[in-house]
Design a protein around this ligand. Sequence first.
Ligand code: ZN
Length: 123
Amino acid sequence: MPVSAKTRQRQITTEISKLGPCLPGNLVERTTRCGSPRCRCHHDPEYRHGPYPTWTRKIGERTVTRTLNPDQAERYRAMFDNARRLHELVTELLQLTAHQVEQAEGWPTHHGDDSNDVEDNPR
Ligand SMILES: [Zn+2]
């Protein structure tokens, strides 16, 4: 049985309060070209270096990348997971609240990728 919207709202805010540091962006494996102009990595994709763990992040229109060493990747992995979870929770909370307001006002509710198991009066 789906929990009530109020209960779910409380669960979401509680989970957010326990998340800890949230690092924006993604942790991906990426190959690179080095600084040596004569290295084969510049001409042959087969000879690119890596793959190395890389932190990619969008800042405005730009994507900023930073190569991490394995130790850094391990240390920050949980923070990326936290950020992903934070986005999920925030999205759910926003949808839940929109749904509640629509229901309270008797406005037509919008379903779609939005819908979650929070409906009190399914039709
Ligand atoms: Zn190289």
